[in-house]
Design a protein around this ligand. Sequence first.
Ligand SMILES: NC(=O)c1ccc[n+]([C@@H]2O[C@H](COP(=O)([O-])OP(=O)(O)OC[C@H]3O[C@@H](n4cnc5c(N)ncnc54)[C@H](OP(=O)(O)O)[C@@H]3O)[C@@H](O)[C@H]2O)c1
Length: 227
Amino acid sequence: MNVLIYGATGGIGQAVCQALIKRHANLFVLGRSSAKLKSLQERLNLKKEQVFQVGPLCDPTQFKKVQNWIKSQSTPFQTGIHMAGMPLFKKLANVSLEEWNQVMDINLTSAFCFYRLFHLARDQKGYELVFLSSASTSQTWMKNGLYGASKAGLDYFAKTLQTEVKHENGRVWLYKPGSVNTDFFKQTKSHLPPNKMIDPEELAEIIAQNLLIPKINYFPEIVIRGD
Ligand SMILES: NC(=O)c1ccc[n+]([C@@H]2O[C@H](COP(=O)([O-])OP(=O)(O)OC[C@H]3O[C@@H](n4cnc5c(N)ncnc54)[C@H](OP(=O)(O)O)[C@@H]3O)[C@@H](O)[C@H]2O)c1
């Protein structure tokens, strides 16, 4: 299984990479930080051509760069996993336009860009796409207006995508975890102590194992809570 991943350097991303490698997947990793990619490449024993450093995917020049890299690979991808994202929890009155655009770009628009890039090299026989949303979109929370809006947008995008890709044997997975114990909460406060959060390795095992389930024609939207 060839897997294209964006967000592999994060806490959930690294755990998912390990879980996939255990299942003999061939990983191709996109990320923004050369140093983090190099260290991931060494830890996972990936070849140089399996990692690609790129600036913001929503920037047309960077998008084109990845487009060319994907075309040069001539690898058909059976799986695409988008796990890049950032939190920002503030009252909407305190969110600047710059912050709004930054969070929307990485949490929502980059998922669309990632899909368009994956589409170029998707396996014509069928494929899996995985997106990471959030359990927090099931209700409104103070200070979650921006993050929640970006993830609610992702929910709608992923659900619509499922209806569009079904005819070519594509399947979309939308995971909506509660708090996961990663560096995500180094940047922001959580209502849960780390020991009550979801373990990233356990979440990764679920994500990797589910990919092996034979294709079924319903939308797999999965809420996972640790509390
Ligand atoms: N942790 C949670 O409680 C939780 C709960 C529900 C959903 N999620 C979602 O799960 C996904 C992974 O979260 P995580 O816990 O693994 O977080 P994390 O450890 O902070 O990792 C975030 C990942 O996103 C990448 N990223 C962030 N901002 C970026 C940007 N502007 N451009 C390019 N890449 C960027 C990071 O790249 P660098 O390594 O280069 O920084 C990293 O690979 C996110 O979409 C998050 O919203 C997390």
